[in-house]
Each structure stands twice: as structure tokens, then as C-alpha cells.
Design a protein around this ligand. Sequence first.
Ligand code: ARG
Length: 256
Amino acid sequence: MRKTLSALLAIVFLIGGVFLCGCNQKTLYAYTESGFPPFEYIQDSKIHGVDIEIAKTVASEMNMRLVVKDIEFSSIAKGIKQDNAIGLGMSISEERAKKVDFSIPYVKDVFQYVIFEEGALETDQDDMVPIEELRGKKLGVQKGSSADTLITKEKDGLFQDAKVRRYENILTATQDIGHSNDYIVIDSLSALQITDNKVGLEAKRIKGLPSESYGIAVKKGNTKLLTNINNIVSRLIEEEQIQKWIEIHSTTSQDL
Ligand code: ARG
């Protein structure tokens, strides 16, 4: 009788222990590249940002433990080979959708901006930089980004004779303006964030380019995870939580 009781107690403690410590929790791996404020940035040796908030929410609602992996941007799609992996901070594109599946968009109306030394470029009546101004220039982009794809494709067209300079990290690339590159091309919010508080640098929208949207990437065919993510993301949008996170992280990532 005593034996059965203590065996029973042991089982109860074991289950309780596992439950409390979360030892049986599965891991959700989130792949991203951290030089992209306010969506991902390093502060106090830790990765923060809007995308990290979304990933944390997804992980906690699925009762999973989140592990964020900071890798080269161009390797993110390759990283999402497992069922328990997601990719953060990516524009949805047809090309990428051949390799990964995307969630519903969580940020829309993203445009390509150019970062330049104050006064180095003229804007037009709409306060935008005409593409012609960028022709023949050394344009710094993040390797594998949508700006990289677009400019490389349009080297004989829209961005005639542009020389593409590819960087792993766009924050480093910005320090190189006027040296190994003339200008940097990167998405709106990040461009504005990077130039905010930086004396001598400006960021303006490039005229005439299509808008992009961000989505969370999962392994192709991983509908279970995708459905969960879509439900969570649509709720976050409805509650205007993503917009709130953008505001918060735009303030906290100001002095990178
Ligand atoms: N919108 C661009 C793209 O998807 C740049 C994204 C950069 N993201 C990052 N986490 N570094 O190609």
C-alpha cells in the first residue's frame, strides 16, 4: 500500500515537474539577421525587435520554447528546413515563395529607400529620389535582400550601370557610404531608423518602385504551423499590437 502510494506520488511529482519546468516543451527556431531595426537589432548583446515580439507570441501561444538564430540574411530560407523553424524580417516575393511558405502580411506598404550623405541627392516635388539619380552609382545592399534582387535584375534597365555592393550587415554598409559605396538601398522603416539621430545622413523613398509586405516564412507545406501563425498574426493586427511594437522599438533602437 505504502509502496503504491509513494509510486503514485512520484508519478504526480514527475508530471508536475515536467509541466512546471517546461522540459517537455518543443523548441521553435526563429532565423533572422539582426541588422534591421526596428524589426531586429542587438542591444545589450541580446536580439530585440518587432519580429522578435511576434516570434515570442507565436512560441508562447504554441507552448514552445523560442530560440532566435542570428544568421546571414541570404541563408534564412535555407535555415527553414525543419517543421519547427520560422524566418523573420522577410519581404514576401514570388521567388521566395518557391522555397518557403509565407504567412499573411503583417506589415504592408514597405518601399525601397536610399540612404545618402546630406545634400548628395536631390529629391523631386514629391520628396522622392528619381531612379535616374542612382544610375551608374555604387549601390550598397544587403546580400540576398529584395533590393539586391531588384537592382541586380535591373542593371541594364531601371538601375542602368549601377554597381551592386553586397553586405552581410546594413549597419556596417552605412558606415561605408562615400567609400566603397555611394548610397545604401534598404526598406523604408529601417532606413528611417538607421538615419534617425545620425548627423549627416538622410533617407528618402526611391520613386516608382513597387511596394512590399513582410511575412513570416515557414517550411514549404508546413500548414499546421502556418495556420497557427496566421491566426496569431491576424489577431495581433486587429489589436494594433504590431503598430505599437513598431513605435516602441523605433524608440528603443534609436541609438544603434
Ligand atoms: N525587405 C528586405 C528583404 O526581405 C530586407 C529585409 C532585411 N531583413 C533582415 N532581417 N535583415 O529582402
